[in-house]
Write a protein that binds this ligand. Structure first.
Ligand SMILES: [Zn+2]
Length: 180
């Protein structure tokens, strides 16, 4: 099995898992998970990856996952956003007065909302419920898959993606898209 991210052949079987459609049911399909020894990315068997991922960010996702993130897990979720924003601020080191930032897979805008007003904030989010929450936090949100959104070259100063690569069918293409 070739690694979906770095194309290494050094991959190994980790476990099998039933698919979960949030709030609705356990899916009938069984996914086989592999891990890459080189880049440590875990991914679904490449031959099993022909499905519509938007199924997994449906209304069930909105009612359960989003609520869970913003209420019961609020402390750790907020802490994560603060840590992520600290990391980005440290990397940028105040080199510019203003930044235009795009967070791919922005969820409810937790990370972006931790950034100051010197950031012009954009997000891409597949879950309609999460995208709606994010847009209430002064973030311009595209409710779509990243594959479905087009940006002109050099549209942003900063592009981030947290906990997203493992959700992508073709992560290499997305990373190449981020290069310009
Ligand atoms: Zn790899």
């Amino acid at each position: 099995m070739k690694c979906r991210l770095c194309q290494s052949e050094k991959t190994f079987y980790v476990f099998k898992k039933n698919t979960i459609i949030w709030g609705i049911k356990e899916g009938k399909e069984v996914w086989t998970i592999y891990e890459c020894s080189d880049c440590k990315c875990r991914f679904i068997d490449n031959n099993q990856n022909k499905f519509d991922i938007s199924l997994y960010y449906n209304e069930g996702y909105s009612e359960n996952k989003v609520k869970d993130l913003e209420k019961s897990k609020i402390k750790s979720y907020k802490r994560r956003g603060k840590i992520q924003s600290k990391i980005i601020n440290n990397i940028l080191n105040n080199k510019q007065e203003k930044y235009k930032i795009l967070d791919i897979g922005c969820n409810t805008g937790n990370f972006l909302s931790c950034l100051s007003h010197k950031f012009d904030k954009y997000g891409v989010e597949l879950s309609a419920a999460a995208a709606k929450r994010a847009s209430e936090k002064n973030i311009k949100v595209f409710n779509n898959k990243i594959e479905g959104v087009k940006f002109e070259p050099e549209s942003f100063d900063v592009v981030t993606l947290f906990a997203l690569i493992e959700h992508l069918e073709d992560p290499l293409t997305i990373l190449k898209k981020m290069e310009y």
